[in-house]
Design a binder for this molecule. Structure first.
Ligand SMILES: NC(=O)c1ccc[n+]([C@@H]2O[C@H](COP(=O)([O-])OP(=O)(O)OC[C@H]3O[C@@H](n4cnc5c(N)ncnc54)[C@H](O)[C@@H]3O)[C@@H](O)[C@H]2O)c1
Ligand SMILES: O=C(O)[C@H](O)[C@H](O)COP(=O)(O)O
Length: 381
């Protein structure tokens, strides 16, 4: 129990704050893009998502601020130097939605290959950025016996092994997945990591997936490249200049989604829960109930299948990327396209992770193992 009610100013799209923080705090919800210094001026805690730039301009009036949290993995919207100078503890939610992004990537890979009449076995997947997302993607693919090339210079410099250089990944990957943070300066910037020169080295027929940050690919260079080469298949969840999209680029993609790769309900709640745990540490109050007590059972939580089930069908039962793709394409040509982009994200339907689906009826052990390695809950018949 807190003696004085702390004031939390929070993005309107962070779920479950009411249930996780309880009635001992004063909670003010604000639309992330419209947050101003005036909203924050008497806040003790600020909780944001990726669309709020947290910098001196936003925080200059917030003299009693004791904690800033972002319910996201990415931190490129936060001026961490400024927070450190002011001695304000800052937390993100590392790994909160990593499984959601991995499952987005696996689902778009399986759907895309199915449409081309191809199989994943025998192809080489390249992963650039092998942290929470890239690392988990790597583990799931390795368990499936897929050949994976990984690139992560910062990890390599720390002494981790098994990495190859970026040029090798670009030249050899049949499927290329980008999972770096957006870093604009320093020794290893990722801004426009894939520009004209790098794109020109990609293998013919490659499937390129960006579910990291939009500006990691030079979007103008990508469009020019796609206008010249039609053998490339592109899936984009993130865009330069979000929420404003270039419809010409969208038209050249196989699957286009509004920055929702990480938007599983599990992942969003995990992000809130992580911040709630940090809040306990900062303010010395009791830890919350475990995350499982806040997560409802999935609406489709069991399915009976036979051994000839198509894996992409099972994936689509949990998450259908074409639903998000269709919704995004409908918004492209109105004056209010950026607002529609934000609305798709704000009103995103509840989507669960593979583990929420129990697969019954499989008798084939290798299929059962494959499904388990992909992340499903499997009960062998
Ligand atoms: N689309 C979405 O919904 C969504 C969801 C979650 C995260 N993301 C984005 O994906 C990024 C990655 O997420 P994460 O949880 O794996 O982050 P992470 O911090 O755990 O891992 C990032 C990895 O990238 C590596 N890296 C940094 N610079 C690099 C470079 N120049 N080349 C290659 N590797 C480099 C780091 O060493 C690290 O291992 C986040 O920063 C975020 O911007 C997007
Ligand atoms: O960095 C992240 O965790 C993701 O990109 C996250 O899903 C972004 O979602 P937003 O904060 O914009 O709602």
């Amino acid at each position: 129990m807190l003696n004085n009610r702390l004031k939390i100013v929070a993005d309107e799209n962070i779920p479950a704050l009411e249930s996780m923080f309880g009635h001992d705090v004063l909670l003010q919800r604000v639309a992330g893009r419209s947050m101003t210094a005036e909203h924050i001026k008497d806040a003790d805690v600020l909780l944001v998502r990726s669309i709020t730039q947290v910098n001196e301009g936003l925080l200059e009036k917030a003299t009693q601020l004791k904690m800033v949290g972002t319910a996201t993995i990415g931190t490129d919207h936060i001026d961490q130097h400024y927070l450190a100078d002011r001695g304000i503890p800052f937390f993100n939610a590392p790994g909160c939605n990593a499984d959601a992004v991995v499952e987005y990537v696996l689902t778009v890979i399986h759907n895309t290959l199915f449409e081309k009449g191809m199989e994943l076995a025998g192809l080489t997947v390249g992963i650039v950025g092998v942290g929470n997302v890239g690392g988990r993607l790597y583990e799931r693919l390795r368990k499936l016996g897929i050949n994976v090339l990984i690139n992560d210079p910062p990890r390599e410099r720390q002494g981790d092994e098994g990495f190859v250089n970026l040029e090798t990944v670009l030249q050899q990957a049949d499927i290329l997945c980008l999972h770096t943070p957006l870093v604009k300066d320093g020794e290893r910037p990722t801004y426009h990591l894939l520009a004209e020169k790098q794109l020109s080295t990609l293998k013919s027929g490659v499937l390129l997936i960006n579910a990291g940050r939009g500006p990691v690919i030079d979007n103008d260079a990508l469009l020019t490249f796609l206008e010249q080469r039609d053998d490339l298949t592109v899936v984009l969840d993130v865009w330069e200049d979000e929420p404003r999209l270039n419809p010409l680029l969208v038209a050249r993609t196989q699957i286009a989604t509004p920055h929702i790769a990480g938007y599983s309900y599990d992942g969003k709640l995990r992000g809130t829960h992580m911040l709630r745990c940090r809040f306990s540490e900062v303010f010395g109050v009791a830890q919350p109930e475990p995350l499982s007590s806040y997560l409802p059972q999935a609406s489709v939580h069991q399915v009976h299948v036979t051994n000839d089930v198509a894996i992409h069908d099972l994936m689509n039962l949990v998450y259908d990327p074409y639903r998000d793709d269709r919704a995004l394409r409908k918004t492209l040509f109105g004056d209010n396209q950026p607002q529609q982009f934000d609305l798709l994200r704000k009103n995103y339907p509840i989507r669960r992770e593979f583990s929420s689906l129990e697969v019954l009826g499989v008798t084939d052990r290798s299929l059962a193992n494959c499904l388990k390695n992909l992340g499903f809950t499997v009960n062998l018949a």
